[in-house]
Design a protein around this ligand. Structure first.
Ligand code: ADQ
Length: 467
């Protein structure tokens, strides 16, 4: 038995170095950073869009110690525009994050999405041998489970949905709501990050397809499909070890020395769902409300470039840069710059050194499937405080974080103030409790639990699940 992973993004992307050789660098993003260690442990095939260097087809990765094969699909620029930017990122992404005013529903993009999904399904079916497990990931590939089911009626197919599943009045704005549901129901097991996403998904099956649903099941074409809440974990031990390493300690002290103030930190893909402008506004409100703290607190905002080809992302970039300039211009004094803005991806060491250096971590998305940064910070920090948006999926799992409403600038400003003044023993107790959870529910457990459940020949009856 081997594992076949199907995802849009490839785990490593090729770059040409100065000497002309090709280096394969790990992709930045929640899903690929989560699944690469799994594939390194289990081996198998990974089907993904070969974004750079479409000429390179099949590769064994990681290059230094090959553990699995990546099948790189070549997409034309028209397909990329319509399937990836058009339908995935301008229809499904905004709709699932409740930004329906940003959603564009175009028939031509839908058709390209369906056809490209078909190509992923073909590639996965070609790799399949009886007994293999197929694990499809995320909103770019919602139709793949159904397309695979037509080709491989007996295969065990799992699907993990990494973003929120919205309330049904929002989902039903999508003209292809029934097709998306039917595509996903080709799977045997569908995983999501929170119980409320599962409830919303099941109620969509009920209202859109008229299906009978149980608490965690739905019957479709004679098969029982399980729909489970399974929030993804991180490699907790790796973060803990790295955070305590001398290299990271040195980097983290250097960051602190460079600032000479208390440190707030934001780390995000530059995406309108992550609430970066709202966070900057809240910091502005904080500096207005607590003038004695001017010059004593700095916000370090690290943003990794994302989807710049989509207009609203390019606009967001200028909006953020404008806000940073305005707030710095308004409050800067005596050599102190209130916001340090970094627009690039960081190495794992740099990232953890920032987590380690921060007094308060601001994870304040307007909506987020889960949010791995919150977990990475909690695993890395010694005595920092995690401020976590109530609209991040991780909030339902991490009650020891201080929960905030990112839409409430003044409330967020007060929460930052409270976090900076939390007694040391309370900070340490909260972090200890967070760590215990993260050590227990880590990435290894997440994968094992999902694959274990997927490999069962029969699903449990609904009545048993409720016991
Ligand atoms: P993302 O929206 O990409 O993931 P998130 O969960 O925060 O969001 O993961 C981002 C990852 O990228 C983290 O591992 C983080 O360390 C890394 N990262 C972010 N900025 C970085 C930077 N500047 N430099 C280096 N690394 C950086 C999607 C969903 C989430 C869900 C994940 C996993 O949108 O809600 O948590 O998938 O399911």
């Amino acid at each position: 038995m081997s594992l076949i992973v199907v995802s849009n993004r490839e785990p490593y992307s090729p770059r040409v170095l100065d000497g002309g050789q090709v280096a394969w660098l790990p992709s930045i993003g929640g899903l690929t950073s989560a699944l690469d260690p799994v594939m390194q442990r289990m081996g198998g095939s990974w089907i993904a869009w070969g974004e750079q260097f479409p000429g390179v087809g099949r590769v064994q990765l990681p290059v230094t110690n090959p553990r699995y094969t990546v099948e790189r699909l070549v997409l034309s620029s028209e397909e990329v525009d319509a399937y990836y930017y058009g339908f995935s990122n301008r229809a499904l992404w905004p709709m699932c994050h409740y930004f329906i005013e940003r959603a564009r529903y175009l028939q031509s993009n839908w058709e390209a999405y369906r056809d490209v999904n078909e190509r992923f399904a073909d590639a996965a079916a070609r790799q399949y041998h009886p007994g293999d497990l197929i694990w499809v990931h995320d909103y770019q590939l919602a139709l793949v489970p159904g397309q695979l089911r037509e080709r491989l009626p007996d295969a065990r197919i799992g699907m993990f949905w990494h973003i929120p599943w919205p309330a049904q009045d929002v989902f039903r704005t999508l003209p292809w709501d029934a097709q998306i549901l039917k595509g996903m129901l080709g799977a045997d097991l569908i995983g999501m990050h929170t119980p409320s996403y599962v409830r919303h998904f099941l109620s969509a099956c009920e209202s859109v397809l008229g299906l009978e649903v149980g608490r965690n099941t739905v019957v479709w074409e004679g098969r029982t499909v399980q729909v489970q809440s399974r929030p993804i974990g991180i490699e907790t031990a790796t973060f803990e070890e790295l955070a305590a390493s001398p290299e990271v300690e040195t980097l983290s002290s250097r960051i602190r020395q460079g600032l000479q103030t208390m440190m707030l930190l934001g780390v995000d893909r530059l995406d309108y769902t992550k609430g970066i402008p709202e966070r900057l506004e809240a910091f502005d409100a904080f500096l207005d409300a607590y003038p004695d703290l001017r010059g004593r607190v700095t916000l370090v905002q690290i943003a990794v470039p994302s989807r710049e080809e989509v207009e609203s992302y390019a606009q967001l970039r200028s909006q953020v840069e404008g806000l940073v300039g305005r707030i710095n211009g308004k409050h800067a004094q005596n050599g102190w710059t209130p916001i340090h803005y970094v627009y690039r991806g960081l190495s794992r060491e740099e990232l953890v050194a920032h987590y380690r250096a921060a007094d308060v971590m601001l994870v304040t998305p307007l909506r987020d499937g889960l949010n791995l940064v919150a977990k990475e910070f909690a695993a890395s920090s010694r005595d920092g405080v995690l401020l976590l948006s109530r609209f991040a999926g991780a909030a339902s799992e991490l009650p020891e974080a201080l929960h905030v409403n990112p839409y409430d600038h003044d409330g967020l400003a007060q929460a930052i103030h409270a976090a900076l003044h939390l007694p040391l023993d309370e900070k340490q107790l909260r972090l200890k409790q967070l760590r215990e959870r993260l050590e227990h529910d880590d990435l290894g457990r997440w994968t094992e639990a999902f694959l274990h459940e997927l490999s069962l020949p029969d699903t449990l009856p609904d009545a048993l699940l409720q016991l």
